[in-house]
Design a protein. Structure first.
Length: 288
């Protein structure tokens, strides 16, 4: 499953929010049992829109007037448990959100009925959680961008062992990152003995951590336009070899993080100017 954008068309649907969407089969998500209350609808697409972060939009293909905002349940409750096993390498839970609940006077999330997305198969299933601690209209008490809460979550990583994470550390990648488009919530981990490397660690699957580095530390003539120099921080992903002289960086696909908004995205530069495997220690990051 991938988020939809206007691409070479295999399916075209008209939507009130996004106009005409041209979709490929790889964008579609099949719900064999439908959604609760909409069992007759089986095919959906997930829309990623920067203006909606950290929310996404689950839109019906058969009836595009029907759509649901969805959110990672870990944005609402760090300790959330789905009660079913799933492979975090290819699967991720999401919950349906009511953006304004008149009774609760806030946005709420249906924590009793998470949707498990299987990106490898392009399928999804909505399940019921029996834990009475969760409700169908669980209040989202904080602004999901500011995350004003002192609740911490402990994760266990292969690189750093146990880490206690404050919500203010979470960086949301609305479209994921290359190779991990189903993962959206990350933290930056910096340790003095590993400088200038930092690590981008997934909250949804803490076994996944990517070493990253400031590209200008590697290549001082690196440049591209699609970021705000006053606001954003730029990294590139490092591939670690068995020896330091085998380390490479992907200069073609920089990661741009907005520290204030706690959002990030990865770009693919259209030019062939930069290498995807630029050896650290060389003088030119360009294709020869």
């Amino acid at each position: 499953m991938q988020d939809a954008h206007t691409t070479s068309q295999a399916h075209s649907i008209e939507t009130s929010e996004y106009g005409t969407l041209h979709l490929e089969d790889r964008h579609l998500v099949e719900f064999p049992q439908g959604l609760h209350g909409f069992e007759h609808l089986r095919k959906f697409v997930v829309i990623a829109d920067d203006s909606l972060v950290p929310f996404k939009w689950l839109l019906s293909i058969e009836n595009p007037s029907i759509g649901f905002p969805i959110l990672s349940p870990f944005q609402v409750d760090f300790s959330y448990q789905t009660e079913v096993e799933y492979d975090p390498a290819c699967c991720a839970p999401m919950v349906i959100v009511t953006l304004y609940d008149s009774e609760k006077q806030t946005a709420t999330a249906n924590m009793r009925a998470p949707i498990i997305f299987d990106m490898k198969r392009g399928t999804a299933q909505q399940i019921l959680v029996t834990d009475s601690a969760y409700s169908e209209n669980h209040p989202i008490v904080q602004n999901t961008n500011s995350r004003n809460t002192t609740t911490k979550k402990r994760i266990y990583t292969s690189q750093f062992g146990a880490l206690d994470i404050d919500p203010s550390q979470i960086i949301t990648f609305g479209e994921g990152i290359l190779g991990f488009d189903h993962l959206h919530d990350f933290i930056l981990v910096a340790e003095e003995d590993m400088a200038p490397l930092e690590w981008l660690v997934s909250l949804e699957n803490p076994s996944i951590g990517l070493p990253i580095i400031n590209p200008w530390y590697i290549y001082d003539e690196y440049e591209f336009r699609d970021y705000d120099q006053q606001r954003d921080v730029v990294y590139v992903v490092v591939t670690l070899g068995s020896r330091s002289d085998r380390m490479t960086v992907n200069l073609r696909a920089p990661i741009v993080i907005n520290p204030s908004a706690k959002t990030g995205h990865q770009l693919i530069l259209p030019s062939d100017k930069y290498l995807t495997e630029f050896p650290i220690g060389t003088h030119s990051g360009s294709e020869q």
